[in-house]
Design a protein around this ligand. Structure first.
Ligand code: UDX
Length: 458
């Protein structure tokens, strides 16, 4: 069990030199904060994770994890309470360590501006509680110049209080993919640190020493460059997806097969095979938010990122295209039963944020269709966040397909990889299958007696 006072007054580097595990504080027990805290604990550090949500902290203390992320609950169970504890008390969190990660959410406001209020509130409260040197680490995805604003906030409050306490602000963006976040953290492609003092960089090197010793590249740069690396990386991933979706729409008109085009493109190592799968458009809490945030950053500096604007437009259109495909296949939607397989924005997560399934359900409900859905993990979130949807939640894919006039594969969960089309042919009312992820070979489905519609191929 970690004693909050016995070792917390030693500086992190001194702890490391004495072979004592470092203390780390994480503010924000959301998706990023929980994965970061659990992985740091797994790497041998003492972690105190703070959140304002009392219910969430109570559940975490009982080992109940608020999100589905493969491997996360095992890590939390294994490390709690010896190396990982939770609190709602910010002062306790600030005193616990001289390294404080801010991992609070930064949603998108109107006109593409990121809501940084949670980040700034955390910075204010840290400054009010500080009694000694701190490294404050921005882990949340924040627009360029946020590090400087956090620095100014802390400096201002310390001055107001007449506290002459040194501190450093560091940018350390995360590159976690939902569904593989634990592995992404423990085996990162790179570690990015934006710093302004060698001591702060030294502290961060200690924290990531096990990954660095394993040869993970460390990109140590200034704060603004670090903040931009995160946005540029996500915007490029979104660009690849909108690019292949644009190509898939061209393929559909020319009788070409986009999955073969993408395969052949990916053999060029300058292009790379990943993120070239056409589909109903990207979702999630990051790509949509970060591409829009770049538009917001551009507006602030008087530059219009036209390409990124087009990436967003193509994505919005792609979700509408998915709806159009269903309409074209079924003709009259009123009173027809449409089945959606998959609600989450991608497999292996219960996250439905910006999921194409939401746009499709809204369209179908407005068209007075009867909607039946199944998702291995995300149904509860859809029910909670969209309780107004009058749709039928089913307990397995086949009951969702019973008496269906059109089956739509929206999310490529493993559960949908090997559907029994002979069985489906017996239970559907109209044999139509719309494969929005090009999971199946068209001929195989057509031979089972279904009309097949893919994305970017016939
Ligand atoms: C993304 C980035 O990948 C990650 O590095 C960053 O830290 C957070 O944002 P995530 O949002 O979890 O991660 O999901 P990701 O795997 O990137 O998929 C995003 C969306 O793109 C999903 O809706 C997915 O279905 C879609 N996608 C992905 C495609 O449509 N085609 C592809 O080839 C890949």
């Amino acid at each position: 069990m970690i004693s909050l006072t016995s070792i917390s007054n030693l500086h992190s580097n001194e702890l490391m030199k004495r072979g004592i595990a470092m203390n780390i504080t994480i503010i924000g027990a959301g998706y990023v904060g929980l994965v970061t805290g659990a992985c740091f604990a797994e790497l041998g550090m003492n972690v105190l994770c703070m959140d304002v949500d009392k219910q969430k902290v109570k559940k975490l203390e009982k080992g109940i994890i608020p999100i589905y992320e493969p491997g996360l609950d095992e890590l939390i169970q294994k490390n709690t309470p010896d190396r990982l504890i939770f609190t709602t008390n910010l002062n306790e969190a600030v005193q616990f360590s001289d390294v404080i990660f801010i991992a609070v959410n930064t949603p998108t406001l109107e006109n593409n501006i990121s809501d940084l209020s949670h980040v700034f509130k955390a910075a204010e409260e840290i400054a009010l509680c500080m009694k000694g040197y701190k490294v404050i680490v921005n882990k949340s995805t924040v627009p360029v110049f946020t590090g400087q604003r956090v620095k100014a906030i802390i400096k201002g409050i310390l001055q107001e209080q007449g506290k002459d306490i040194p501190f450093d602000v560091v940018s350390n963006p995360e590159f976690l993919q939902e569904g593989s976040a634990v592995n992404n953290f423990l085996q990162p492609d790179r570690i990015v640190i934006g710093f302004e003092s060698i001591h702060a960089l030294d502290v961060m090197r200690n924290i990531y020493s096990s990954q660095i010793l394993r040869g993970v590249p460390l990109v140590a740069t200034n704060i603004e460059t670090s903040e931009m690396i995160k946005y540029a990386s996500n915007a490029f991933l979104a660009t690849k997806i909108s690019f292949i979706n644009e190509i898939s729409n061209l393929c559909e008109g020319c009788g070409a097969d986009v999955s073969v085009v993408a395969y052949a493109m990916g053999l060029d190592d300058r292009i790379g095979a990943k993120f070239l799968k056409s589909g109903p458009g990207y979702g999630g809490s990051c790509l949509p938010k970060d591409t829009k945030a770049l538009l917001g950053i551009g507006k602030n500096i008087g530059y219009s990122p036209r390409l990124i604007k087009s990436v967003i437009e193509v994505n919005t259109a792609q979700k509408k295209l998915a709806c159009k495909k269903i309409k074209n296949a079924v003709k009259r939607l009123k009173k027809r039963t449409i089945t959606l397989l998959g609600l989450s924005f991608k497999p292996e997560t219960d996250d439905i944020r910006e999921s194409p399934a939401i746009d499709i359900i809204k369209y179908l409900v407005n068209s007075k269709a009867m909607v039946k859905v199944f998702d291995p993990k995300a149904s509860e979130n859809m029910k909670k966040l969209y309780s107004e949807f009058q749709i039928e939640y089913c307990s397995d894919p086949y009951s969702a397909c019973d008496k269906s006039d059109c089956i739509v594969l929206v999310t490529e969960w493993k559960d949908f990889m090997e559907l029994d089309f002979r069985r489906l042919k017996q239970i559907v009312r109209t044999p139509v299958f719309i494969d929005l992820r090009n999971v199946y070979e068209p001929d195989h489905i057509k031979k089972s007696g279904f009309q097949y519609e893919g994305i970017g191929r016939r």
